[in-house]
Design a protein around this ligand. Structure first.
Ligand code: NAD
Ligand code: IPM
Ligand code: MN
Length: 344
């Protein structure tokens, strides 16, 4: 098996223990990887006044994939500094335009809703839209102050994420839900709808439905089983995928892959959750989201057998009731249970 080089960025708070646990699980899965860890985090910032070195992006470019725990510690470094100094530039620099976030219940996990058998794949645009960074503030601190945050949607950007989502729908159950707010946002979102209609002609086998973001939030709670692939802009996708995490049992279960489909630059894998300062250092973070993200990374690298072994081990452990009730089992206990399955 080809050996892949992985850059690890454990980051802040619970990002550190879940990354460590995920790498133990990857090692036990039979995957063929080497890792190099980078200490880029809010602590690093407090020492160096930067979230990563000037050549950080170039350093990462040489790896086959990046695994990130979580970044951010708002009490020490403003989020507007930490996220714009590390996570967001990596997504942009490596054109990881497709953020894939699966939402389904592992066996034994009781979501807060009635248990329905849903299997949703959220595809989030990951490089532009509401996260373009365009905008500014004038007359700061005065009563005339104005703050502008401009969303930028390019034809190239919208087309490639929609095409990616159509392809995913085609390879799954053939249903694509496109999420906008085109009733209120009459420029960008109407444009998004138009591009969706154009592409739909190329995919007659895919059934496309349009939803407004508000209605989609309700649908994900009331009828998640009716959804297959859901595609949304950067911000709407961000919000929907914490909702997706909630219906799949919590943020401790939600995995994500930031993919550059051209493979011209490394893709990045990370749990959907953040650094969780409220529970950091307590040993109670659920590492399942990190394990799932690691499995997605191995699958992306073509290491399908270890990827499947990790998913099966997680499913068995959850099926046995370990890690499914929030707070009942700690990070170590859940990790040990998954490792035991992999060593069988
Ligand atoms: P968060 O996801 O860190 O936490 C939200 C809630 O979910 C908290 O109550 C937390 O304890 C709980 N939670 C999260 N992950 C959990 C897990 N694995 N097991 C058990 N409980 C878990 O979101 P937040 O509090 O809004 O953000 C904290 C910091 O993380 C901020 O700096 C934020 O910007 C950053 N953040 C980073 C990423 C990332 O690096 N990808 C993602 C989201 C938030
Ligand atoms: C996520 C996170 C990030 C995002 C933040 C930390 C900038 O919430 O990966 O979902 O909004 O993309
Ligand atoms: Mn988020």
């Amino acid at each position: 098996m080809t050996q892949h080089r992985i850059a690890l960025i454990p980051g802040d708070g619970i990002g550190v223990p879940v990354t460590e646990a995920a790498m133990r699980v990857v090692a036990a899965s039979g995957a063929s990887i080497t890792t190099q860890s980078f200490p880029w985090s809010c602590d690093y910032y407090l020492e160096h006044s930067r979230m990563m070195p000037v050549d950080g992006i170039e350093t990462l470019r040489g790896f086959d994939a990046i695994f990130l725990g979580a970044v951010g510690w708002p009490a020490r470094v403003p989020d507007s500094v930490s996220l714009h100094g590390l996570l967001l530039p990596i997504r942009k620099a490596f054109v990881q335009y497709a953020n894939i976030r699966p939402h389904r219940l592992l066996p034994g996990v009781q979501g807060p809703l009635r248990k329905t058998d849903f299997d949703i794949l959220c595809i989030r645009e990951n490089t532009e839209g509401e996260y373009s960074g365009a905008g500014g503030r004038v007359h700061q601190g005065t009563s005339d102050e104005v703050a502008v945050e401009t969303s930028v949607f390019t034809r190239a950007g919208v087309e490639r994420i929609l095409r990616f989502a159509f392809d995913q729908a085609k390879s799954r159950r053939g249903k694509l839900a496109s999420v906008t707010k085109s009733n209120a946002q009459r420029h960008s979102m109407v444009f998004w709808d138009e591009v969706t209609d154009e592409l739909a002609k190329e995919y007659p086998e895919v059934e496309v439905s349009r939803y407004h973001i508000d209605a989609m939030c309700a649908r994900m709670v009331m009828a998640p089983e009716s959804l297959d692939v859901v595609v949304a802009s950067n911000l709407f996708g961000d919000i929907l995928t914490d909702l997706g995490a909630a219906i799949q049992g919590g943020l401790g279960f939600a995995a994500s892959a930031n993919i550059n489909p051209t493979r011209e630059a490394p893709s990045m894998f990370e749990p959907v959750h953040g650094s969780a300062p409220d529970i950091a250092d307590q040993g109670i973070a659920n590492p399942m989201a990190a394990f799932w993200s690691a499995a997605m990374m191995l699958q992306h690298l073509g290491q399908d057998i270890p990827a499947t072994r990790i998913m099966q081990a997680m499913e068995t452990v959850c099926g046995n009731g370990v890690g499914v009730v929030p707070g009942q089992h700690g990070t170590d206990e859940i990790t040990t249970a998954v490792l035991a399955q992999l060593q069988d």
